[in-house]
Design a protein around this ligand. Structure first.
Ligand SMILES: Cc1cc2nc3c(=O)[nH]c(=O)nc-3n(C[C@H](O)[C@H](O)[C@H](O)COP(=O)(O)OP(=O)(O)OC[C@H]3O[C@@H](n4cnc5c(N)ncnc54)[C@H](O)[C@@H]3O)c2cc1C
Length: 339
């Protein structure tokens, strides 16, 4: 059986939202992905792609075929001065980070402990503590959801931006990524400009090596973010807004100084600061809540559905917009329907 019908997705998303896929397939090879895609196209079924479910808000029903590629395997190649590492879409991202560190390869340490699978990493160009996937990206292989053709794309074709890529826009649900290849730096260039990382390394009393940075990042994340096994959540629910210099200065005048980062479109400011200043930290609305240590994280307090989480998100968005004139954008993908 290529796919199963009426599959519960509640345990397959980290917000633990109840949802049922009309059809669900978990192909574990390139050939199987092509077969599932071709069959769905043949039957006129829409295709939705699901990885580890850590960046999605699932409505009650997902019509069509949910494809969740579970292709494994990691492979290192050295070409001239480059170290290329390829991993199957179904490899856990953090396992890839650990594997590289174990092989003495630096470059992914700031991205330690990000939940989810390798296949999803390019979708929003995952990033943390000053490093983005795009900086380490070489290419990906994917299967077209139009005709099941296999394509390879480089960084330019992926159109990476801050938590963004073409896969969120023109190519949304257009390709099933089956493997990702990264290019890692030959010499280690520690990235420790984030004050949290510097402080943690100081407290650990160690010099910044790839392993110690991964350890520092892990400690910070374990302290700040709720454990998905106990408190269902999807990580940051809002992107950090990018504003003009004038808007940033106005906000600093109202809220006091805040960490800012240059972005190609302006100045990136912490959304958490705005949400916190609006008084949302630790607040609840029905079955949805705001994490008490990190107001960017919305949590399922028990039996929330997508509508509860999205109602809270919208209430926060409106409040922040009215108070500070800044429009927050959702980070996770909203999938399916309640009808
Ligand atoms: C506690 C917590 C902390 C987090 N911290 C961070 C962080 O620091 N930085 C960060 O960037 N993100 C973070 N996230 C968000 C999330 O971990 C990442 O976005 C991750 O890459 C999602 O992977 P996933 O496999 O769970 O994808 P899913 O949630 O299953 O899917 C996310 C999107 O990718 C698409 N997709 C998934 N797999 C494929 C594929 N093989 N081919 C094509 N499309 C695909 C889906 O259709 C969907 O649109 C965090 C999440 C949590 C819960």
């Amino acid at each position: 059986m290529m796919w199963r019908a009426d599959v519960q997705l509640g345990a397959l998303n980290t917000l633990r939202l109840p949802s049922v896929a009309q059809f669900f397939a978990r192909p574990d090879s390139l050939t199987d992905v092509r077969e599932v895609v071709a069959a769905a196209v043949g039957k006129g079924l829409p295709i939705t792609i699901l990885g580890g479910g850590s960046n999605v808000v699932l409505h009650a029903r997902v019509p069509g075929c949910v494809v969740s590629p579970r292709i494994g395997g990691m492979q290192i190649r050295r070409i001239d001065d480059d170290v290329l590492i390829s991993a199957g879409a179904g490899v856990r991202w953090h396992d890839l980070v650990r594997y590289c560190l174990g092989q003495g390869l630096a470059g992914l340490e700031n991205l330690a402990l990000i939940p989810g699978l390798v296949g999803a990493a390019p979708i929003q160009n995952i990033g943390a503590y000053g490093v983005e996937l795009a900086e380490r990206f070489h290419s990906l292989t994917a299967v077209s959801c139009r005709d099941a053709a296999v394509v390879t794309m480089d960084a330019h074709e992926c159109g990476f931006g801050y938590r963004d890529s073409v896969f969120k826009h023109s190519l949304k649900d257009g390709y099933v990524i089956v493997s990702v290849t990264l290019r890692l730096p030959e010499t280690h260039d520690p990235r420790i400009e984030y004050p949290d990382v510097q402080r943690e390394l100081g407290a650990m009393g160690v010099r910044p090596s790839a392993v110690s940075i991964a350890e520092a990042v892990t400690r910070i994340r374990l302290r700040k973010l709720p454990d998905i096994r106990r408190v269902p959540n999807a990580g940051s629910f809002f992107k950090n807004p990018v504003v003009s210099v004038e808007a940033m200065e106005r906000l600093c005048g109202v809220l006091g100084s805040m960490p800012t980062y240059n972005d190609s479109n302006g100045i990136k400011i912490p959304a958490a600061r705005l949400i916190d200043a609006a008084g949302w930290k630790g607040k609840t609305l029905g079955a949805a809540g705001v994490w008490y240590r990190q107001p960017l994280v919305l949590i399922n307090r028990g039996d929330a559905c997508a509508t509860d989480i999205l109602r809270l998100a919208e209430t926060i968005r409106r409040d922040v917009s009215e108070r500070f004139g800044v429009d927050l954008e959702l980070e996770p993908a909203v999938v399916g329907t309640d009808e």
